[in-house]
Design a protein around this ligand. Structure first.
Ligand code: FAD
Length: 278
């Protein structure tokens, strides 16, 4: 890495099928050699993957000795369900959670006891003897449902005021968006670490679709270069790894405290970036 002390963490999603289990195992076996500070496991909104996340967290801790951290999204969940999950995580030995609102699957009506992630953070903090390190989400390019960028920073600050200890950002491909967001957050009184979420690129078509949904902008110069490579997958991957590694270097040099990689349960795209950072 550019700076030897920069810590990294990885995000995985919980596997459901035998093929997905095998894919996660392959990815974890390779990525754990990079000594992540922790790995996090996503959570399906609306309770659809209620047991997959704890099962995966437990397996990553027991079989791989990793500090596996659960994501917990409150959309559609009740206080009792969330309290039960927290008790389960305490029992497994988790000391950190990533607290989110989540998104409802299309067609599902909004139910549950919590409206925003700040409400969930407050609830977790209010649990008797709560010692969890709570991480929340942040959006350098503004959350798609926010009234405006300033309101989004205020809502982020409210999550920290409710008891969050750190944040991981949505991915982005423009380091300046991160730097400006951090500046705005500091001005709003947020003093916790804001860790950039980094998306290594494996499948560009899929990334474009996903970026539309979550409001992450892929700069035109990157799109045009990707399109010019056509079916040349090797060149696409190599160019993407160069771009993402270059951005990571800028982020670390500009003061980012560490990096969190969205692995999509694949090792190679993340490793290609890490190799370039050495
Ligand atoms: C690091 C990271 C990990 C993620 N992991 C998961 C996961 O595991 N599972 C999953 O389902 N999703 C996950 N997501 C996606 C996330 O759940 C969605 O982006 C979701 O739409 C917002 O969640 P949040 O916690 O940021 O919500 P919030 O902080 O509640 O914000 C949601 C929206 O509401 C607005 N808002 C907040 N408070 C108020 C208020 N008081 N009044 C009016 N507006 C308000 C905000 O500006 C924002 O637009 C993740 C995102 C990130 C960045």
């Amino acid at each position: 890495m550019t700076r030897a002390r920069s810590a990294i963490s990885f995000e995985f999603y919980p596997p459901k099928t035998p093929e997905q289990h095998a894919q996660l195992e392959r990815a974890v076996a390779r990525l754990k050699t990079h000594a992540p500070r922790f790995v996090s496991v996503t959570f399906g909104a609306g309770g659809s993957t209620l047991s997959y996340t704890p099962d995966t967290v437990r397996a990553l801790r027991a079989a791989h000795g990793l500090d596996a951290v659960p994501h917990l999204s409150c959309m559609g969940g009740t206080r009792a369900e969330i309290a039960a999950l927290l008790a389960q995580y305490r029992e497994i030995g988790c000391t950190r959670v990533v607290a989110l609102r989540g998104d409802l699957p299309s067609g599902m009506a909004a139910t549950g006891d919590f409206r925003y992630a700040a409400d969930l953070v407050r609830f977790i903090r209010g649990q008797p003897g709560c010692a969890f390190h709570i991480t929340v989400a942040a959006y350098p390019e503004t959350h798609p449902q926010a009234d405006d960028a300033h309101a989004d920073v205020r809502h982020f600050a409210a999550k920290v005021a409710a008891g969050a200890d750190s944040a991981i950002t949505q991915y982005f491909f423009n380091a300046d968006a991160y730097f400006h967001f951090v500046e705005d957050a500091r001005r709003a009184g947020v003093d916790v670490p804001i860790v950039p979420g980094v998306m290594p690129v494996s499948n560009f078509a899929q990334l474009r679709r996903f970026s539309e949904q979550c409001g992450a902008e892929i700069p035109r110069w990157i799109v045009r270069r990707m399109q010019a490579y056509g079916d040349d997958t090797a060149s696409i991957r190599s160019f993407a790894a160069d771009v993402v590694a270059g951005m990571c270097r800028r982020l670390l040099d500009g003061g980012a405290p560490e990096l969190h990689f969205y692995t999509l349960n694949l090792s190679r795209p993340t490793e290609a970036v890490l190799e370039r950072l050495r």
